[in-house]
Write a protein that binds this ligand. Structure first.
Ligand code: HPA
Length: 239
């Protein structure tokens, strides 16, 4: 058992899907995995392992924000030998190039967090997705021929859902950033540190420009499409 994950060595698959919401982890396990077994309930941050099309897959909640995700990602990489983590989450669209329900595959993640500033003594590190996972996810999304558009580009991993300085988001948009969420930067950084693979795929749940929001029913449907993309990309690239 690690400090925050109540699993034994071997309980967790080399491929982990990681939603922020632990109840989403439970929903993914019950909806997409066969023979899913819960391996941790510590702090209500559920984790499950099962199979998808014959591949062993785990689903682990991360909680919200980079500090929370970093706890789970660190323990998955260092104590359970996890090789690939795919975040499946939601994001806020920052530009009219995106519509609600679109899917954003994060090629890299900018941030306002101090986590990497501290880690790199003030130097600016560029956290990026694993290219193999990114390519496989894009291929899977294209093959799925969804009604929603699929974008590949930069995410903005903010520490604040309610920002004190909204103008920072506008500056990010000037430089091509597509959407805001709260976790990808830490995930990409930790995967690099431990020589593992990571990707963040997000559905647009709300639009910062138009103010539009998705209903919970719409969220579930597009979230499901995204989970299939993640499973297909992850299972096809296990090493
Ligand atoms: N901000 C941060 N994270 C998010 C948002 C947002 O507007 N929407 C979904 N995740």
């Amino acid at each position: 058992m690690s400090t925050h994950i109540g699993a034994q060595a071997g309980d967790i698959a080399p491929l982990v899907l990681m939603p922020g919401d632990p109840l989403r982890a439970k929903w993914i396990a019950q909806t997409f995995l066969e023979d899913a077994r819960c391996y941790t309930e510590v702090r209500g941050m559920y984790g499950y392992t099962g199979t998808w099309r014959g591949h062993r897959v785990s689903v682990q909640g991360s909680g919200m924000g980079q500090p929370s995700l970093a706890i789970y990602a660190n323990e998955l990489f260092t104590e359970y030998d996890v090789q690939s983590v795919i975040r499946v989450g939601s994001c806020g669209a920052m530009t009219e190039r995106l519509a609600v329900r679109d899917i954003v595959i994060g090629s890299g993640a900018c941030t306002d967090s101090s986590m990497n500033r501290i880690r790199f003594d003030g130097l600016d590190y560029a956290p990026v997705a694993d290219f193999g996972l990114l390519r496989a996810a894009h291929d899977a999304a294209t093959a799925a021929a969804l009604d929603e558009a699929v974008h590949v580009g930069l995410l903005y991993s903010s520490d604040s859902f309610y920002p004190a300085r909204p103008e920072h988001a506008a500056r990010m948009v000037e430089y091509g950033v597509l959407a805001v969420e709260m976790e990808a930067s830490a995930l990409y950084t930790l995967a690099a540190k431990f020589d593992r693979r990571a990707l963040a795929i997000c559905t647009v749940s709300d639009h910062l420009v138009t103010g539009e929001e998705t209903t919970s029913q719409e969220r579930e449907r597009t979230f499901g499409a995204m989970v299939e993309i993640a499973l297909s990309a992850g299972a096809g690239t296990v090493r």
